[in-house]
Every structure is written in C-alpha cells, then in structure tokens.
Ligand binder design. Sequence first.
Ligand code: NDP
Length: 269
Amino acid sequence: QPGDAHPPADVVPAAEQSRPFADPAPRVVVVTGAADGIGAAIAARFVASGDRVAIVDRNGEGAKAQAATLGASAQAFVCDVTDEQAVTDCFAQIVQALGPVDILVNNAAIADAFQPATEQTTADLERVLDVNLTGAFLCARAAIPSLQAGRGVIVNIGSIAGLVPMAPRHAYGASKAGIDILTRCFAAELGPQGIRTATVAPGYIRTPGVAALEKAGRIDSGKIRARIPMGDLGQPQDIAEAVWFLASPGASYVNGTLLSVDGGWNAFG
Ligand code: NDP
C-alpha cells in the first residue's frame, strides 16, 4: 500500500499544527525597481515588519527619496538590473552594508511599445526581455549565494499579461510568462537547499506607470474595470501583502507557485 510509507508517527497533532509561526528575526530584503509604484509599497511593507530593505533602482534620485521616507531601515542602491557587472557590484555593496540577503523581490520591469507584430522592433523586444526577464535572472544569480535554508526566498513579480494574452503586448507578455517558468525552475533547483521561490502576478494596479499608460491612451481603465470581477483596479499595497506573505514563515511549504492578485480577472480570462 502506498500509504504504508508514511507511518502514523508522521502525523502531527492538530493542536500542534495550529501553533502560529514565530516571527522571523529581521531579514535583509532586496526589492528591485523600488523607487516607485508597487516596488515602493513592497519595500514599505517589509520595513513595517522590522526588516532591513535595500531599495534598488536605476532611478538613483527616486531610490534615495524613497529610502528617506522609509527611515533608517531602508537604504538606496543605484543599479540597472540589465548591467551584469553593476548587478554583481550592487549585491556586494548590499551584503557589505546590510548583511547576507534573505529575500529578493524581482520587481523592476518596463512596459513595451504596444505595437502590432509587424511594427514591433527587435530592439523593443530585446529591451523588454532584458529588463523584465534577464534582469530578474541576474539579480537572482547574484542573491543565491547569500540565501540560507529555511530563510531564503525569491519572489518574482509576474503579471496578468503573462497569463492572459493582451495583444499587442507580445514582448511584455512573453517576459512575464517567462518569469513564471523562471520561478518554477528556481523552485525545483533551490527547493532541495531549503530556498523557496514564488511569483506574484498582479492585475492592473494603480501606479504612476499605469497612470502614464492611461494618459498616453494605451490603456482604458474603464474597459479594464469591466473585465475585473471585483470591479476595480488594485492598489500597490495589495501586491505588497501577497509578497510579504510568500516571504513569511507562514508560507514555508509554498514553492514554485504563482499567486494571482488581480480581483479575479485571471479566473475567467
Ligand atoms: P513602475 O514603472 O511604476 O516602477 C518600476 C520601477 O523599476 C521604476 O522605478 C523604474 O525606473 C525601475 N526600473 C525599470 N527598469 C529598471 C532597470 N533596468 N533597473 C533597475 N530599475 C529599473 O512599475 P509598477 O510599480 O507599475 O510595476 C512593478 C512591477 O509590477 C513590474 O514588474 C510590473 O511589470 C508588475 N506589474 C504591474 C502592474 C500594474 O498594473 N502596475 C500590472 C502587472 C504587473 P524608471 O522610472 O527609471 O523606469
């Protein structure tokens, strides 16, 4: 019988299972693209739970301003995640300043040009894949030597556009679909070392980036709202809470998963 492989002694009494997970000691959290929008909200969430946060962004002034608003637990680091040497140097600086990395949140990303396939340039395709996919890989590769069993977590920020086709967003959608398989590869590779990886896939969220897309006439939030069962766009804090949970001890058996935070869009998209 297959069940014989697991003797009754493996079963933990319910009372013991319901003990709350202890709060972890303060962790070193790296959030990329944290000068603004969702990344800034994620950084703020970890600072609020007593962690030390590296605000990594190519926008140095924005990163410094964001770190200043979060106080002594946050520190700004200027880095373009597509620059391999800059990423290596940045993680070395973070480890020196804050200690070994416990949690990496790969959040930095850019939008594509919303061009029909026949007008999509190779340069734009490469630009988007470089930031959104290669950038996430480079940061993970730099963080992995720091990550410890039972404590190390990588959370990659995907998108509804990686799950539901949103033509003509080929480049962006492909980069975000790639994030999901990157997460699952890391989960399989690093899971045996006690390091977890997960994706949070936001739907449309009220950020300066989305406001700029709407102003440019590239998206229509009225039409978007009509597709969302919960009837509205989300807030950056909605994503921050999901990331925080996935990085917490309460998610210690969650590995390789994708958590949609999109008001239910993906459920029928
Ligand atoms: P924003 O554009 O508001 O912020 C992204 C930040 O990343 C900016 O500060 C940006 O700097 C920075 N950045 C861009 N490229 C690089 C780079 N090469 N190296 C370092 N930093 C970089 O994005 P959002 O807050 O809207 O989105 C955050 C994440 O959530 C992204 O992964 C996005 O794809 C995802 N997402 C967002 C949704 C939304 O509705 N907002 C929906 C689904 C997914 P700069 O200002 O210089 O460009």
